[in-house]
Design a protein around this ligand. Structure first.
Ligand SMILES: Nc1ncnc2c1ncn2[C@@H]1O[C@H](COP(=O)(O)OP(=O)(O)OP(=O)(O)O)[C@@H](O)[C@H]1O
Ligand SMILES: [Mg+2]
Length: 287
């Protein structure tokens, strides 16, 4: 079953130039998808189309259809969509609206009429999930960029969304914060069945979690397939090669120069194990 589907979807902001061209895309329920592509490819616009902000907030002109959890986005409202889709925007600071951390998380719940006891529990749980326990009474303005980014995620998680759309959610986080955020997203996906669609440049960090890579370039959907197939395609077609993780660049190079075929290196450890065996074989050959 699909949670997100775009059919022949095209879009232009209030400007004649189309920024998405005839996109056909399916995101399966309970899957973890990653949107890749160079700057200006249309990744954010795609996220906005799924959240309904395109076209409801941005206007512009569109063709084709977007369905999210069975809802036809153009025929629905952003408010109705928000009950199902939680969104963390690239421009996350614009999503913060209140004075203190706990008020921020409670805000979206008050909007949907959650009772106060339930609100208190969900605020506590979601702050804990993102590592902000103890910050409840802090003013939002006192937080660092990375903490604000995690706070936006906490506010979104508190509403128990079925689908999570995150646009570069680690842009303000350090490597440790990034790893821990993706561990959390991996857990939400595997243990709670939440469908996740994330825009991210750091492919290596996401490889352990992703089911599908979606490659965009110049507003076109180039390929959506398994991570290994999309990486191979990027390598063979020389598209957006700068995003191929260094270990995968080495893998492609060795596969080209020798007859060896390595497995899909989802984790660094898989690569290390296979490389060790490969080197031992090469040494034995030379001996
Ligand atoms: N509000 C807007 N009004 C008009 N044009 C826009 C607007 N937002 C984005 N664009 C244009 O739409 C195209 C796609 O932009 P988008 O932000 O979706 O790309 P992106 O892949 O997310 O890029 P980045 O990696 O830099 O975040 C670009 O040409 C951009 O200039
Ligand atoms: Mg963007």
């Amino acid at each position: 079953m699909s949670d997100i589907s775009l059919q022949n979807f095209s879009y232009a902001y209030n400007h004649p130039k189309k920024v998405l061209h005839n996109i056909n895309l399916t995101v399966e329920s309970g899957s973890f998808s990653v949107v890749l592509g160079p700057s200006g490819a249309g990744k954010t616009t795609l996220c906005l189309a799924i959240a309904g902000a395109v076209p409801h907030y941005f206007g512009g002109s569109s063709a084709g259809e977007v369905h999210v959890a069975g809802i036809h986005t153009q025929k629905s409202t952003m408010h109705d969509l928000a009950l199902t889709v939680g969104t963390v925007l690239q421009d996350y600071e614009t999503q913060l609206v209140t004075m203190t951390v706990e008020e921020e998380v409670a805000f979206s719940l008050e909007n949907i009429g959650t009772n106060p006891i339930e609100i208190a529990q969900r605020v506590k749980d979601s702050l804990e999930k993102v590592g902000l326990t103890g910050y409840d009474k802090e003013p939002v303005t006192a937080l660092s960029g990375g903490q604000k980014q995690r706070l936006v995620l906490a506010s979104v998680l508190a509403t128990n969304p079925k689908i999570l759309v995150l646009d570069e959610p680690t842009s303000a986080l350090d490597p440790e914060g990034t790893a821990s955020l993706y561990r959390l997203l991996g857990e939400l996906n595997k243990e709670h069945g939440i469908t996740i669609l994330v825009v991210e440049h750091d492919i290596a960090t996401l490889l352990p979690y992703a089911d599908q890579f979606i490659l965009l370039e110049n507003g076109q959907l180039i390929l959506s397939d398994t991570p290994e197939n999309v990486l191979s395609f990027m390598n063979s077609q020389q598209i957006f090669v700068e995003a191929i993780p260094p270990l995968w660049q080495l893998k492609f190079q060795l596969e080209k120069q020798t007859t060896t075929q390595f497995g899909p290196w989802r984790r660094e450890q898989d690569a290390i194990t296979e490389l060790r065996q490969f080197l031992l074989k090469e040494v034995a050959k030379d001996a």
